[in-house]
Ligand binder design. Sequence first.
Ligand SMILES: Nc1nc2c(c(=O)[nH]1)N[C@H]1C(S)=C(S)[C@@H](COP(=O)(O)O)O[C@H]1N2
Ligand SMILES: [Mo]
Length: 222
Amino acid sequence: MNDRTIGRAGFLGILGLGAAGLFLAKDATGLLDRAVPKSVSSIVPTSGWRIYTVGSSIPTFDPVTYRLDVTGLVGSPTSYTLADLKAMPRADQISDFHCVTGWSVSDVRWGGVRIADLLERAGAQSNVAGLNFVSAESPYEDSLTLEQALLPDVMLAYEMDGGPISRPHGAPVRLVMPQMYGYKSVKWVNRIELGTTALPGYWEQNGYDADAWLGNSNGFSS
Ligand SMILES: Nc1nc2c(c(=O)[nH]1)N[C@H]1C(S)=C(S)[C@@H](COP(=O)(O)O)O[C@H]1N2
Ligand SMILES: [Mo]
């Protein structure tokens, strides 16, 4: 990962948490390799994750007031609490996660909701062809075509590796799209806009390829 591209804002954002936050956030241990010299990081076990943000802080959420809004081409705009999402059919999977900058994490366990179940529940209109996933971390967003969103390993996840998704990894829900580079897997999702096209996401507006299939994206890696 390179501070010129994804890194700078995210790295500064992480520093803003302070050292205590850094080491208490157990899923954020991937940070150690940037927070300590290489000679030390090579002996500190890390999970392999890097925690990315585009803003200066990591969003918080209140489990009581959190809502996932589904807007656009629906019968009427709908809002779901976290409990509503957990009451929908649950999906589980184990998949690898790849960032376009070159790091990967194997065998991540995810639990959550399939997009098809969400769309059915929301009464999505038959002309929906693109879904835009909007993060609480403005202005981060990214989109999938309907066909991509309905792939069997795409989900809106509320669990990771056996527990609730941690704050650095996108609590309370994040998109998981294992067949595309990580920038498609929007964290801190609080709105899904249903439309007729897949809109260019945050990184695509900054030069990355909308074609984010593994092996294909032109996302800057150095
Ligand atoms: N809201 C938000 N979602 C995001 C990002 C981000 O900066 N902000 N970075 C993306 C990128 S480039 C990657 S590789 C993954 C990294 O996931 P992690 O931060 O849980 O390791 O999150 C994706 N989702
Ligand atoms: Mo990434």
